[in-house]
Write a protein that binds this ligand. Structure first.
Ligand code: KG4
Ligand code: ZN
Length: 325
């Protein structure tokens, strides 16, 4: 089954053709970074307008790169994300579904981030899922595809958001995560001792806003920016390791799947791999950051399980992974 995946939840207009949930035939990503750079973050109205401008050409390019197969299903992100941006992709998907007389399904963006690392693996349930993105940071027990138990989440900033804010404090350009990682390579991560936030009575939850404030204070002292970046990055990564170690003591699972933009961070990958003896999976190249292959891939399974969605399906800017509502 050839699935056309569409992703427009934030600042990437992405379209992909995926066969049977895992074979990626094309994965086109039009990044709007240059548009938003001068604002230091995503400007929602400009994101929507850019999606309108580029989505049709990106769809054409993705289909062409895939060898122009007959599309059987359209899968599109319905949330979470920016409402205006989501509506562009959702309405394009509905229009194509009517025009081509094929079904469409709405996909949860964060579930798709998790699916990105599961896509090419034989998954054993239950497994642990860890999503570290710009908008979300949480850990779930994956009981089966689509059935998740939330076991820990951030009470304030997402991990990627913390990287972005630290980048801003250090005067690095947007998007900040990769810039902080680059600068950290030149620094000494033992120079400054930061502590990760602790959430009272909820040891599996994350808190990154205090850490970000500590970075702000450190930036006003006599420290090199590289040392600050390295020390911050180490503290944030070690916090993820600490939380996963705690989860391991409380729950039974045999594999760990990591998803979301921060999973692109090589230091995170390396440190996690060296810290656990369980099989640990990251998204393959091109699938860590926002993309439509993860949407088309997951959409295939959703369609097999639940059938098509109605054309009344609404965009959900704040949809949760656990309840899907
Ligand atoms: O998953 P994603 O593409 O979008 C959301 O759904 O949020 O994640 C984007 C986030 C941004 O906050 C970005 O700074 C962060 O992922 N990120 C990184 C790295 N690459 C992207 N954070 C740390 N190190 C990186 N190399
Ligand atoms: Zn994302």
């Amino acid at each position: 089954m050839f699935v056309l995946g569409i992703e427009t939840s934030c600042d990437e207009s992405a379209v992909s053709v995926v066969k049977d949930g895992k074979e990626i035939l094309s994965n086109v990503i039009y990044s709007q970074t240059d548009i938003h750079k001068k604002y230091g973050g995503v400007f929602p109205e400009l994101a929507s307008r850019a999606h309108v401008d580029v989505l049709i050409p990106v769809i054409e390019e993705a289909i062409q790169k895939a060898g122009s197969p007959k599309i059987d299903l359209i899968a599109t992100t319905r949330g979470p994300g920016l409402i205006g941006a989501l509506l562009i992709g959702l309405n394009a998907a509905k229009a194509l579904s009517i025009a081509w007389d094929i079904p469409f399904v709405g996909v949860n963006h964060i579930e798709a981030h998790l699916y990105a690392s599961m896509m090419n693996q034989s998954v054993q349930f239950p497994s642990l899922g860890v999503v570290l993105s710009g908008g979300h940071t949480f850990m779930v027990l994956i009981k089966s595809l689509g059935v998740y138990e939330m076991i820990g989440q951030t009470v304030d900033d997402a991990m990627g958001e913390a990287f972005d804010k630290v980048a801003k404090i250090l005067g690095l350009p947007y998007p900040g995560g990769p810039e902080v990682e680059k600068l950290a390579k030149m620094g000494d991560d033992s120079k400054i001792s930061f502590t990760a936030g602790r959430v009272k009575r909820s040891e599996l939850d994350f808190s990154f806003s205090g850490l970000k404030t500590s970075v702000l204070y450190a930036s006003k002292e006599e420290h090199s920016k590289a040392d600050i970046a390295a020390s911050f990055q180490k503290t944030a990564i070690n916090d993820v390791i600490k939380k996963i170690s705690l989860v391991k003591k409380k729950f039974e699972f045999s594999q760990i799947f990591i998803g979301g933009g921060v999973s692109h961070n090589q230091k995170l990958r390396e440190t996690l791999k060296n810290s656990f003896d369980l099989p640990l999976f990251f998204p393959p190249p091109g699938l860590s950051m926002d993309n439509a292959a993860m949407i088309g891939g997951l959409g295939y399974h959703l369609y097999l399980k639940n059938g098509k969605d109605s054309l009344d399906l609404e965009a959900k800017p704040r949809i949760s992974l656990v309840t899907n509502s």
